[in-house]
Design a protein around this ligand. Structure first.
Ligand code: ADP
Ligand code: MG
Length: 156
């Protein structure tokens, strides 16, 4: 799972398929199909942690899921980023820049909504801890997050 990491990526935030992530208090910013297609085809599905920035805003911690997209009958992947920060407004249409730093766990099915939510809360705590390590903190300052606006270059 770590072979492709750190993985740098940016692209537009598009409307998801209404899984109700926001209703669970865990909104996930979805990348377009085009951006997902640009990922290494053999990247493992599951939950990852890393850094994220919207437009030329601040860089925040994030957890990310690479999963199977139900909209395409699970034949295509989806990539969804939950930024660990409370935004005042939605940011559909904006450019999201991320660096995927580490892997947490594979995808799982949960017996209940409560079990799902508590697993995600644990993922968030794990991401926060990992990203405070010096080797991971340094990626927050990567030049990737300070490129001129409008420039879209994946995994430079
Ligand atoms: P969708 O199915 O359209 O992806 P979600 O319920 O997953 O809907 O909500 C995702 C949207 O919420 C994002 O596209 C973004 O505009 C907004 N949003 C607000 N706060 C956050 C956050 N902390 N992390 C990710 N997205 C957020
Ligand atoms: Mg979403």
């Amino acid at each position: 799972a770590m072979r492709h990491l750190p993985y740098f990526c940016r692209g537009e935030v598009v409307k998801g398929f209404g899984r109700g992530s926001k209703e669970l208090g865990i909104p996930t910013a979805n990348f377009s199909e085009e951006v997902v297609e640009s990922f290494p085809p053999d990247i493992s599905t599951g939950i990852y942690y890393g850094w994220a920035c919207v437009g030329n805003g601040d860089v925040h911690k994030m957890v990310l899921s690479i999963g199977w997209n139900p909209f395409y009958r699970n034949t295509k992947k989806s990539v969804e980023t939950h930024i660990i920060y409370t935004f005042k407004e939605d940011f559909y249409g904006e450019i999201l820049s991320i660096v995927i730093v580490g892997y947490i766990r594979p995808e799982k099915n949960f017996d209940s909504l409560e079990a799902l939510i508590s697993a995600i809360q644990e993922d968030i705590e794990e991401a926060k801890r990992q990203l405070d390590l010096p080797e991971h903190l340094k990626l927050k300052e990567d030049n990737f997050f300070h490129l001129p606006e409008g420039k879209i270059e994946n995994n430079h």
